[in-house]
Each structure stands twice: as structure tokens, then as C-alpha cells.
Design a protein around this ligand. Structure first.
Ligand code: MSP
Length: 527
């Protein structure tokens, strides 16, 4: 047998989204973060793989389909085609695969993984009696439900969804989660980076230390799911089906070489609401099945509306297309990655987004790019001039570029997108200040200032090159337009192939490139 290929792919995932409803900007937020992170790593020259998809089984989806007089499969097919796949184009996500849990490749992996866990002795039969929240698709522990009030008085209610839980009494198969507490604690002790940020890590550790109880891994009172391999009268509990998607796509049970290259996943991005599933249950399942747990689970915060988590259930969801139609996909990506510190909650407001769009994107970055291109076109007949010897002002620009690229790389790799973009924006501000001070429009008036004008034009263009490379993972459309306007591709190749770690190496733009005015990167907003 040839040796298995070594792990070589930086593998990023989003949660797979429930198809009981349509996407809102909270879902798009996670996907944008995954896409930005993956594009950054790709531009570090790494092999990358970015996965997203849909979670289609379970009672919630089955009931929604019934309410629409469709079969569950028809309902899923329709929603995936008309809503969930299109949202990826809307936000310009470059995912490498899209997994649907109703695909045959997935049921194959789920069955293989649960068979391995059972063979390991971690599955037994028992009766589950207790509350279940269909909106969470979760068996609730005693302290996790509250007494209803008002119209719900006398009922137990899920505090997350504000809706009554159902009392289940089913004979199910149980997963021996309790046996994994010590191993999980040891794992997190050894790999403190495996759950981030610190608040998430603390929550996970205290949950594990509080004692783990075994949980149902199957359901027997309905049929919309993947049959339990040793007993087809049960389906696999939807979370214990969904979590396996990450392994399915990595080739678990089907392609050992691919699995060796891709597994373990490098980053599972999740909303903080589903941290426990990803940082307790899933790593325990991996251990029980004899595969490595994920390298990192990162729990981000919620987009809030009126102080509450944005949700369709509560009718506060805003469709990503509504925001993108107004601002464009680049601004969508930029705004959510910069305005909200990743890991904290944040509120979305049209006013805040419009203000940042105008001051930072249209006036800050876009105007800088169009001014420099227009001046090279006008003063230098569209040919990028050769710079003379750099003076102190040019040194400051070069140093700002070096700082921006070093700090941005450190922060982006740490999933601190907001600080990463802030670091790059220092260079936007330095370049704007450079033009204000050097006043190339005045230099252009005197032939004796010609050499100086050429130095300023080249330096500004070189600074824009650095910005295009560093901002490409965040705003691929605008940066591509900037790359085209600089005429950089014939000399340097495709923008997406420019390493972020080499971005600040000064002197890459060769004189003589044909610079064109190009489209306005961030047009003025209509009211
Ligand atoms: N299907 C499960 C996940 C299974 S993963 C193996 C699920 N789906 S979901 O559609 O309800 O939510 C998925 C994710 O969407 C959340 O974890 C979070 O990443 C994102 N968000 C949903 N609402 C959100 C906000 N209001 N704000 C930020 N992210 C939100 O849970």
C-alpha cells in the first residue's frame, strides 16, 4: 500500500444551513467570513478548500414541506435551487463544493461513521423522555427550557425561539458522549487554539466540566433522514447527520487519499448558537470514530436587530440580495467584515452602512484609485512613468505598505478580519495624505517638476497595487477592476495569484504599463 498523502489542504467550512426557510444576512455573514478567510489563505499560496451547503433532514424541514403540501425532497430541491445556491453568487462566494445532506455521498459517509462509532462500543439502546425543540432540532436539558407566559402559560418554552417544546418519548439509540469528557478536556488543554474566541472556549470547557450526558443519536417517530445502518426503522438524529458533512466532502469512507490530504478541517466557522454541537459533540464523534477532531472551531457573534438575533422565525431577517442590490457585493463583504469585530455581536443598520460606504469606500478607496488612474492617463499619456530616487515622503508610503501587509496577514490568519482590514486601511489613508501633500496636479503644471511628478505617480500606483493585492480577498470585484485599470496583469499575472505575503515588496509595477481610467469602483449611492 502506498503511504497516504500528507495533510496539505487548508480546509474551511461554514455550517450547513437549514432549508426550512430562505437565507438572511446572518447566514450570508458566516459565508462571507469563510470566503474571505479562504481567499486570504489561497493568496498566501496555500492549497485551500471552502465548503458550504444545506442541512435538509429532520422534523423541522419535514413539517415545513408538509405545510406547503410538498414532499420533503421537493421542498428542499426547490429551496436549494431558488434560494440557497443563488445567495452564493449574490455575495460573490467562491466555494469549492456545496454539500446537500440528501446526497448519496453524504448518507454513505454518515452510515460509515456511525457504524464505526457503534463498532467502537459507543452506541446503545435507551428510551429518550424529555423536551425537544424542533426549531433548534435539539434535545433540551432540564435547565434549558423556561415556563411560558401569557398565551404560552403552562407550557415549557425554548428560550431561544420563544416557542413551546415538544415532549418526546421514543426508544432511540444513544451515543456514549459521557465517555469522552476527559478526552475532550485533554484535547482542549493541549490545543487551546481549537476553540476560539476565549469566551467560546470558556463556555465549552465549563459545559464539559459540568458533566456530559449521553444523547440520542437516532429518531424513530418520523422518517425524513438517513437510516441508521444497523436498524433502518430509525433515522440518524439530524445534528448527528449534519455534522458529518465536513467529513463527507473530505472523502470519509470513500476516498482515503483525499481524506488524508484534507482532514482534519482547519476551521469550522459557526455562529455561537451552535458552538456546543461543533466543539463538544462533533469532536467526541470524531474521537469515537477514530478520526482527528477539527483543528479549530471559531464561534462568531450574531447580527442583531433591535437587540435580538436576526431570524426569520421572528420575522427580522433581511435578504442578502436586498442589501447587495443597494451597495454591491464588495461593500457587503467589506462592511460586515470591518464593522463588526469577528466573535462579537453587531447590529446592522442601513444608515451606518451607507455612511461607511460613502466615506471609506467611495471617498476613501474608490476616489484614490480613480484619481491616480486619471492623473496617469492625463499627465503621462496613460503610460506608467519610471520613478526617480525616493525621498522621505516615498519612504513613508513604502513603510506603510510593509506595515499594512505584515499586520494584515497576522490578523486575517487569526480571523480578526476587522483589525486586518483596519491595518490595510492605514495604507489607504497614507496614500490619500501623500497625494494631498505632493499635489501632483500642481507638479503637472511645470516642466521643471516633471521628474517629481513621475515619482509621485509611480509611487501612488505602486501603493494601489499593494492595496489591490491585500484587499482582493475582501473585495474581489473592485480589486479586479483596479488591477485592470493599473494594466498590471500583462506584467504580473492574475490578481488572485499575487501572494499577500509578498505584496509589500516594493518595485513590482514596471514602468511603461498602460493605465486606464476604468469604471468607478464605488458609485455614489442612490437614495
Ligand atoms: N443546520 C444547522 C447547522 C448545521 S452545521 C453541521 C443550523 N442552521 S441555521 O441555518 O439555523 O444556522 C446556521 C448558521 O447561520 C448559524 O450558526 C450562524 O452561523 C448563521 N446565522 C444564523 N442567524 C444568524 C444571525 N442572526 N447572525 C449571525 N449569524 C447567524 O444551525
Amino acid at each position: 500500500m502506498p503511504d497516504a498523502a500528507p495533510k496539505s489542504t487548508f480546509y474551511v467550512t461554514t455550517p450547513i444551513y437549514y432549508v426550512n426557510d430562505v437565507p438572511h444576512i446572518g447566514h450570508a455573514y458566516t459565508t462571507v467570513a469563510g470566503d474571505v478567510l479562504t481567499r486570504w489563505h489561497r493568496q498566501r499560496g496555500e492549497q485551500t478548500f471552502f465548503l458550504t451547503g444545506t442541512d435538509e433532514h429532520g422534523q423541522k424541514v419535514q413539517r415545513t414541506a408538509q405545510a406547503h403540501s410538498m414532499t420533503a425532497q421537493q421542498w428542499c430541491d426547490q429551496l436549494v435551487d431558488t434560494e440557497w445556491r443563488p445567495v452564493l453568487a449574490t455575495i460573490d462566494a467562491a466555494n469549492d463544493d456545496f454539500i446537500r445532506t440528501t446526497e448519496a455521498r453524504h448518507s454513505h459517509s454518515v452510515q460509515a461513521l456511525w457504524q464505526a462509532i457503534r463498532d467502537n462500543g459507543d452506541v446503545y439502546t435507551n428510551v429518550y423522555e424529555g423536551p425537544y425543540c424542533i426549531d433548534c432540532e435539539e434535545f433540551k436539558l432540564p435547565g434549558e427550557v423556561v415556563e411560558g407566559t401569557g398565551a404560552l402559560a403552562g407550557q415549557l418554552v425554548c428560550p431561544i425561539h420563544g416557542r413551546p417544546v415538544e415532549q418526546l418519548s421514543e426508544e432511540n439509540y444513544f451515543f456514549r458522549l459521557s465517555a469522552y469528557a476527559d478526552r475532550l478536556l485533554a484535547h482542549y488543554e493541549e490545543h487551546p487554539e481549537a476553540v476560539e474566541p476565549a469566551s467560546a472556549r470558556n463556555e465549552v470547557l465549563s459545559f464539559i466540566k459540568g458533566g456530559l450526558t449521553d444523547i440520542s443519536m437516532s429518531r424513530s417517530s418520523f422518517t425524513w433522514g438517513i437510516p441508521v445502518p444497523w436498524d433502518p426503522t430509525h433515522v440518524v438524529y439530524v445534528w448527528f447527520d449534519a455534522l458529518v458533512n465536513y467529513a463527507t466532502v473530505a472523502g470519509y469512507g470513500t476516498d482515503a487519499d483525499r481524506f488524508a490530504r484534507m482532514w482534519p478541517a482547519d476551521v469550522h466557522l459557526v455562529g455561537k448558537d451552535i458552538l456546543r454541537f461543533h466543539a463538544v459533540y462533533w469532536p467526541a464523534m470524531c474521537m469515537a470514530a477514530g478520526i482527528a477532531p477539527p483543528r479549530k472551531v471559531f464561534a462568531h457573534g450574531w447580527l442583531l436587530v433591535g437587540g435580538e438575533k436576526m431570524s426569520k422565525t421572528k420575522l427580522t431577517g433581511i435578504a442578502p440580495s436586498t442589501v447587495v442590490e443597494h451597495f454591491g457585493s464588495d461593500a457587503f463583504r467589506y462592511y460586515f467584515m470591518r464593522a463588526i469585530s469577528f466573535g462579537s455581536d453587531g447590529s446592522f443598520s442601513w444608515e451606518d452602512m451607507a455612511a461607511r460606504y460613502t466615506s471609506e469606500l467611495a471617498n476613501g478607496f474608490g476616489n484614490l484609485a480613480s484619481r491616480v488612474a486619471a492623473m496617469v492617463v492625463r499627465y503621462c499619456d496613460s503610460a506608467l512613468p519610471a520613478p526617480g530616487a525616493p525621498g522621505p515622503a516615498e519612504d513613508l508610503v513604502r513603510q506603510a505598505a510593509a506595515r499594512a501587509s505584515t499586520l494584515a496577514d497576522e490578523r486575517m490568519v487569526a480571523l480578526d478580519f476587522s483589525a486586518g482590514i483596519n491595518a490595510i486601511w492605514e495604507l489607504v489613508d497614507v496614500l490619500n495624505g501623500y497625494l494631498t501633500e505632493q499635489e501632483p496636479w500642481k507638479l503637472a503644471k511645470n516642466e521643471t517638476d516633471r521628474a517629481r511628478l513621475e515619482t509621485v505617480m509611480w509611487t501612488a500606483a505602486e501603493g494601489l497595487r499593494v492595496l489591490a493585492v491585500l484587499l482582493n480577498p475582501v473585495m474581489p470585484k473592485a480589486c479586479r477592476a483596479l488591477w485592470d485599470s493599473l494594466g498590471a496583469a500583462p506584467a504580473l499575472g492574475r490578481l488572485a495569484d499575487q501572494p499577500v505575503t509578498d505584496a509589500a515588496r516594493w518595485g513590482q509595477l514596471p514602468p511603461g504599463l498602460t493605465v486606464t481610467k476604468g469604471a468607478v469602483l464605488f458609485p455614489r449611492l442612490e437614495d
